[in-house]
Structures are given as C-alpha cells and as structure tokens.
Design a protein around this ligand. Structure first.
Ligand code: NAD
Length: 256
C-alpha cells in the first residue's frame, strides 16, 4: 500500500514538467493519492491540463491566487468532488522581473505588493479555504521557500522579503490550524532550474556556488524535493508542524 493511499491532494503551482509541484504530484500519484490541480491563466492551462490528465487527475480548475472568488470556486469544486481534502501543496511565487536584479534599494511599491501578495499572502488565503475541508482528517499543508528568505542573496531582493513573510506565515498558520489536527510546513529547496528560477538574475552563479560549497557538493533536483514533500504529506511526519525543512545539499549549515 502506498504512503498516501486514498488521500486527496490539491496541487497549486504546476507550470510545466520542470515545476517542483509537478515532481511532487508525480510522487503523490505513485504513493496512491488522488490529485486535483489548479492553473493560473490560459497559457499555463495548455501545459497543465495534459500533465494533469497523464496522472488521472480528478479535477483541474483555474485559480489565480490574487482572486478571492476564484479561490472560493476552486475549493468549492474540490469539496463537491471529494467532500474533503487531506493535502494542500502551495508551490506558487511571483515577482516582476525587474525586481529580481540590481539593488534592493530600487524595490518599487508595486513590485513589493505584488511579490508579497502572490508569494506569501496566497498561502494564508489558500489555507483559510482549505482548513474547513481538512478538519478532522490530519490534513497537511506544504509550501515552498528558499534560503534567500533568511539570508541575503544577490538579485533575490524582494522575493527574499516575501519568503521571510511566507516562512513566518507557516508558523502562525501552524498555530491557527493545529487544534484541527492540520499541519503546516515549508520545504526550503536549493536552486533548481525552473521557470520561476529563470526570472532571478544570476541564477547560474548561485547554483554554481552551491555545487562548489554545499556539504554534498552538488545541486538538488525536483525529485529530492518531492521526497521531502511526501514525508511532510504522509503520517510519517504526523508530529511535525510549523517547520522549515531544508532540501539544499546542506548548503544552509555552512558558515564559511
Ligand atoms: P515554476 O515557475 O514552475 O512554479 C511557479 C508557479 O507559480 C507557476 O506554476 C505559476 O503559474 C505559479 N503562479 C505565479 N503567479 C501565480 C498566481 N497569481 N496565481 C496562481 N499561480 C501563480 O517554478 P518552481 O521553481 O517550481 O517554483 C515553485 C515554488 O518553489 C516557488 O514558491 C518558488 O519560489 C519555490 N522555490 C524554487 C526554487 C528554485 O530554485 N526553482 C528554490 C526554492 C524555492
């Protein structure tokens, strides 16, 4: 029997087959979970719908996380289909490209609001919609973060501030939904070449530095993040909540 046999998982953040959320979805599918996917915008739909179908997804719904009505509709559809939810994966982030290069001093008001809204507030909005569906089912909410939310990295800029807000939201949310038996955790992934990563100026330089300096002397891949997500989604981690779990070849433990 799979680790997630019979569990229902709603996955936010598949853009293409390089997305971290896609590796997570495949791992969940292998372990017996039933899947629902969301997508933001028609261009993403074209790629997400066939991917979702290839895993026998039971639901694929539009949801831009800036839109409260779309969020409400998405979770209503899930509830109508499944009558509850066990796992929510939040693998969503965005900042305008101009904010992800140059000096942090040039961060614009609009860029700040947009990055924080899409990359951090959205976890709160999705958790609020998911919590009533997860109550009494040992639910697990998982988000994706990056070490740039704890330390300064070149060009990561406002996204670092958004990840710091996201990680603190994980702790507050863990406390808010813990009494209903719902857990909230983040995975802090090392750099991986995806669509989102391509937007960060000097990405190759950061990835090269990790490969040189991290204890494992290499970068990680999507499947390694998916392994950690599987643990956090499953009863194996039933005593774990409010955590930021690093999957980064150990890079974060190095001082010099
Ligand atoms: P990705 O581009 O494949 O995924 C980002 C997703 O966010 C996309 O599916 C996109 O459609 C979605 N998104 C953006 N704006 C949205 C909106 N308004 N509404 C709904 N969805 C929206 O890239 P990824 O690297 O798989 O990123 C997934 C998560 O992992 C992000 O939170 C990212 O910050 C995090 N992360 C990535 C890395 C890395 O190096 N790739 C490292 C650590 C953490």
């Amino acid at each position: 029997m799979g680790l997630l046999e019979g569990k229902k998982a709603f996955i936010f953040g598949v853009a293409n087959d390089k997305s971290i959320a896609w590796a997570i979805a495949q791992a969940f599918h292998r372990e017996g979970a039933k899947l629902a996917f969301s997508y933001a915008g028609d261009s993403v739909a074209k790629r997400v719908i066939p991917l979702a179908e290839s895993l026998g997804a039971e639901l694929v719904v539009p949801c831009d996380v800036r839109n409260d009505e779309e969020i409400a509709r998405a979770f209503l559809s899930v509830n109508e289909k499944w009558g509850g939810l066990d796992i929510l994966v939040h693998s969503v982030a965005f900042a305008p490209k101009d904010e992800l290069k140059g000096s942090f001093l040039d961060t614009t008001r609009e860029g700040f609001i947009s990055a924080l809204e899409i990359s951090a507030y959205s976890l709160i909005a999705l958790s609020r919609a998911a919590a009533p569906l997860m109550s009494g089912r040992n639910g697990s909410i998982i988000t994706l973060t990056y070490y740039g939310g704890q330390k300064v990295f070149p060009n990561y800029n406002v996204m670092g501030v958004a990840k710091a807000a996201l990680e603190m939201s994980v702790r507050y949310l863990a406390e808010a939904v813990g009494p209903d038996g719902i857990r909230v955790n983040a995975i802090s992934a090392g750099p991986i070449k995806t669509l989102a990563a391509a937007g960060v100026g000097g990405f190759n330089q950061i990835a090269g530095h990790v490969a040189e300096k991290a204890p494992l002397r290499r970068n990680i891949n999507q499947d390694e993040v998916a392994g950690a997500a599987l643990y956090l989604a499953s009863p194996l981690s039933r005593g774990v909540t409010g955590e930021v779990h690093f999957v980064d070849s150990g890079y974060n433990v190095i001082g010099m």
